[in-house]
Structure formats: C-alpha cells, structure tokens
Design a protein around this ligand. Structure first.
Ligand SMILES: C[S@@+](CC[C@H](N)C(=O)[O-])C[C@H]1O[C@@H](n2cnc3c(N)ncnc32)[C@H](O)[C@@H]1O
Length: 222
C-alpha cells in the first residue's frame, strides 16, 4: 500500500551552528524523557510487525540484526531470543544502561552500543547485517543527518537485507516540542525512496495510532 502523498518539508539550509543546535535539542529532549522515568514509548511489548517478520509464515531465517534507537532493549532482546545475533544502538546512555540490565536479566546476548545511528562509523558495528530494525528512531533524526543514516545502513547491509521501520508521518502531533524543529518532519515513503538508493520500498502499512504512523519495509538490492 502507498502512503498518501504528503507535503514534503523542504530541507532547511542550516548553518553548521544551527545543525549542532538542532542535534543538541534532540539529544536534550530524549535525555529528558529517560531522566523523567519510563518514557511513553517504552511499552515492553514487541510489535506484531516484527513478530511476523521473525516468526510468521514467511519468516526471515535468523542472521545478524542491527537495531537503531533500541531504547531499553525490548526488541533487541526479542530478536536475540529468536536466534538472531543482535547489535543495538541508542543515543542516550541511560537507555543503553537499562537495556544492558534487561538483557542480562533475560540471559540474552545483545551487543549494546551507546552512540549515534547516523554515525555508525564511530561504533564497532561493521556488519554485514541481514535485518535492520527501527522503531521510531529515524523519524526523529534531524533532516541533515538522514543521508548519513541511510549511507551507514547501506554500507552495512548484506545483499537482500531488510529494513523494518516504524515512523510518524509529518507533524502528526502539531510538534509538541517546537524547539526540536526536525520532529515536525516525520517520515514519508517518498523520502525513504529518495534517500535509500539501492533499496526497494516493498511495503507501507499504516499504523494503528490515532495520528498518522506507518510501517515501512525496505529491501537492499541483492
Ligand atoms: C521513540 S524512542 C523509541 C525507543 C525504542 N525503539 C522503543 O520503541 O522502545 C526513539 C529512540 O531512538 C533513540 N535515538 C534517537 N536518535 C538517535 C540516533 N541518532 N542514534 C541512536 N539512537 C537514537 C532515542 O534515544 C530513543 O531511545
């Protein structure tokens, strides 16, 4: 299914200082959520879309997976328990610390890395990966870092690798944090097609949220 066509936000022409400020405000906002306690997205429940990919009738065979923006690790642990060799990355150290504790308690072998999904070269995550999973990370990444995100995954993708991504559409919430300007952009199918050269957008399925959300499935060319 195709995502309804939406107005693309033009990429703002930011100075280097404005780019740094944008990244800092994203970091600050995310850190605030984790510092305040349990962030609203931390449901502890693995979404059925990932379960279908891992356990469904045409499940992928287990291989290497990289989770971008893993939060407290619920889905990285799920993948590890289902035979995947998992590396998981998050920008916020508190999230990674909690994910480590959860993985240890669950007896799940997950490589947890504190770092930036748009700067994978700075991390020890060489791949190649057969599956990338992103539950609401990319849609919050500042626009000027998104090409680097796509390049990092493309560089680490095994032939035919999948990317399963959940994201918010543009401005679904009227941007509750106006200081984080990039959060109004969300993610669209058109954007992913344009940014992920060498990948095919296989599927776009609307989420069940009260605001526009989408599950995107992409496949790296063989
Ligand atoms: C909406 S939360 C979802 C967390 C987790 N996927 C879940 O569903 O519980 C987005 C996560 O992505 C992380 N994140 C945002 N930008 C990131 C980046 N550039 N690199 C790595 N993680 C990032 C945030 O710290 C946060 O944990």
């Amino acid at each position: 299914m195709n995502q309804p066509s939406t107005t693309q936000h033009p990429e703002p022409d930011l100075t280097a200082t404005q780019r740094d400020q944008e990244e800092e405000s994203v970091h600050r906002a995310l850190e605030g959520y984790y510092r305040a306690g349990k962030p609203p997205w931390d449901t502890g429940v693995t979404p059925s879309e990932l379960v279908a990919l891992v356990e469904g009738h045409s499940a992928l065979p287990p291989g290497r997976a990289l989770e971008l923006g893993c939060g407290t690790g619920t889905n990285a642990i799920y993948l590890a328990r289902h035979g995947w060799e998992v590396t998981a990355v998050d920008l916020i150290d508190r999230a990674v610390d909690q994910a480590r504790e959860k993985a240890e308690a669950a007896g799940a072998a997950v490589r947890l890395l504190h770092g930036d999904a748009t700067r994978l070269d700075e991390l020890d995550a060489p791949g190649p990966f057969d599956l990338f999973f992103d539950l609401s990370c990319y849609c919050g990444v500042p626009l000027h870092r998104r090409d680097a995100y796509a390049a990092g995954l493309t560089h680490r993708a095994a032939p035919g690798a999948r990317l399963l991504m959940f994201g918010y559409g543009p401005e679904p919430l009227g941007n509750p944090m106006p200081e984080v300007t990039s959060w109004a952009a969300g993610v669209t199918a058109d954007e992913l097609r344009a940014r992920f050269a060498g990948w095919e957008l296989l599927d776009v399925t609307p989420g069940t949220n009260s605001v526009p959300t989408f599950w995107f499935t992409l496949r790296r060319d063989a």
